[in-house]
Structure formats: structure tokens, C-alpha cells
Write a protein of this length. Structure first.
Length: 280
């Protein structure tokens, strides 16, 4: 069994910030790795919570220790955060290093859909954009399982957003289960409904949030050398036949998107990073 942790980054409304991407992401983790992942992250957070109590005499719980990209990056958000506001810059950096280390140690695989809102048809609203991005992730996840882990099933775990969007995504998921996706992909390895969780309770969703922002930032700035993007790039899925040539797990939509040249840069950068890692 695989867990696919889903999150997003950027404005999903195609009429707002049209020049910026909308990113939808899934992090695949095998059930064998789940307890090890959860234990390490929770133990590290609890260690910091104990430090906060010793320094500030403030009692916190794990649910207070959510790691969210915007709260880390934006000083005003960090200052209001019940957990992060008590940490030093060095402690936050060490926490991020620990969390990101799990991509390698727990053998995560990343799938992402990047939406170019500037090139969408007029009928696309924020709900249709979300459902399309979700469909693109479903297709890549199904192909990954069918080609490389055919005996495995997958559960999709999503951040709980609004009742309207949750219902819309769940109904679309059910439709794809019955009819297949727009591209004709049949879902044989993904369970019947997605599961919605509060992000503060899921370390997997929190890691997906961090990774989705890194992809958003790289495409927004068209900067393949953005530090955190380079770090996660080797974990974006490439099929066995195209491991050093094409990033199968990254889809940019629609096909007439503006990032064709940048996408080539991304694929070349990933190939170089993989070769460098192999030489270490």
C-alpha cells in the first residue's frame, strides 16, 4: 500500500495572478516507511516542544507544531505561529533539514502538476483548475503503480480545505474510478475515495506543502537553481525507461504553456544532479 500525500501552492483562481503558476503535488510513501517517517518527525518536534517549555514555560502539543511554508517564510506569519515563534533561526533550519532528509531516507516519490493559468480556456474557474490538476496527479500516480508496483494499491490523503471543494474533488475522483480519466487512463491501483485530513495532524501533508512551494517558486521565477527546488528535484518521478531524460512525474498544463524551454532546463538539471549523486 502507498500513501499519496496531496497539497498545493499558488493561487488556483485563473483570474488572479495569471502570471504565476498553480502547483498541485503528491508525495508517495510506502506503508512500510510510514511509521519510521512519523516517529522521526514527531520525536524531533516533541524535542523542540520540550525546549520551548524549558525556555518559555509554554505548553504545546504536536498539533501546534505544524510546519507550513508560508509560516516559515513570512515573518508576520511566523510571529503569530504558536510553535515557530518560539524557535530560533538555527532551530527552524535544523527542523527543515530533518524533514527534507526524509525524502531520501524514506524513499519518497514526488508527482506534480503545474498549471499555466495564463494559457487556460475562458471556461476554467478555480474549481475546474483544481479538478484538472487532481486528474493529472491521478494519471501519473496510476502509471507509476502499474509500471513499477503493480501489486500495490494507493490511498490519496488530502489537506482538508472547504466542504465545497472536498465534495467536488471526491465526486470527480469517483467519476474517474468509473469512467477513467480524460486521457483514457483507468484507475486500477487507487482506492475508491480520497481521505481528507487536517494538515496539522499529517506530517506527510506538511512535507507536501513545503515541496509544492519549492516547485511553485522555481516556475514563478524560472529559476532552476532555487536551492530547495534543486534539493527535491531528484525525487520527482522518472520512469525506468526515461530516468535521466524525461521527468514523467511532472506535468505542465495546458500543452501550449510558456515554460517549455524552462522545463527542458529542469530535466537537464535533474539528470546532472542524479549523476553527481551517483559519483558521491
Amino acid at each position: 500500500m502507498y500513501f499519496f500525500y496531496i497539497d498545493e501552492s499558488g493561487e488556483k483562481n485563473p483570474l488572479v495572478k495569471k502570471e504565476e503558476p498553480f502547483v498541485y503535488i503528491a508525495l508517495a510513501l510506502h506503508e512500510y516507511q510510514w511509521k519510521k517517517f512519523e516517529k522521526l518527525i514527531n520525536d524531533y518536534k516533541l524535542k523542540l516542544i520540550r525546549k520551548i517549555f524549558e525556555r518559555e514555560n509554554v505548553t504545546l502539543e504536536l498539533a501546534d507544531a505544524e510546519i507550513h511554508s508560508s509560516d516559515i517564510r513570512i515573518p508576520k506569519s511566523r510571529a503569530k505561529h504558536p510553535f515557530l515563534k518560539y524557535l530560533t533561526d538555527e532551530e527552524i533550519e535544523a527542523l527543515l533539514k530533518t524533514v527534507y532528509s526524509q525524502l531520501e531516507e524514506r524513499h519518497f516519490t514526488i508527482f506534480a502538476a503545474v498549471i499555466d493559468k495564463n494559457c487556460l480556456n475562458d471556461y476554467m474557474d478555480w474549481e475546474k483548475v483544481t479538478k484538472k490538476a487532481y486528474e493529472l496527479i491521478l494519471e501519473r500516480s496510476e502509471r507509476f503503480l502499474a509500471d513499477e508496483h503493480n501489486n500495490q494499491q494507493a490511498i490519496f490523503v488530502l489537506d482538508n480545505t472547504s466542504k465545497q471543494l472536498n465534495r467536488s474533488v471526491a465526486m470527480k475522483h469517483s467519476f474517474f474510478q468509473r469512467k477513467g480519466t480524460t486521457s483514457g487512463v483507468k484507475l486500477h491501483h487507487i482506492v475508491e475515495i480520497p481521505f481528507f485530513v487536517e494538515s496539522y495532524l499529517s506530517n506527510g501533508v506538511q512535507l507536501a506543502d513545503l515541496c509544492s512551494y519549492n516547485i511553485y517558486r522555481a516556475f514563478k521565477d524560472m529559476n532552476v537553481d532555487y536551492e530547495y527546488f534543486k534539493f527535491i528535484l531528484p525525487y520527482i518521478h522518472c520512469g525506468k525507461k526515461t530516468r535521466e531524460e524525461k521527468i514523467d512525474g511532472l506535468k505542465v498544463f495546458p500543452d501550449n504553456h510558456r515554460w517549455k524551454d524552462f522545463l527542458e532546463e529542469v530535466e537537464k538539471k535533474r539528470a546532472r544532479l542524479i549523476k553527481e549523486r551517483a559519483q558521491i
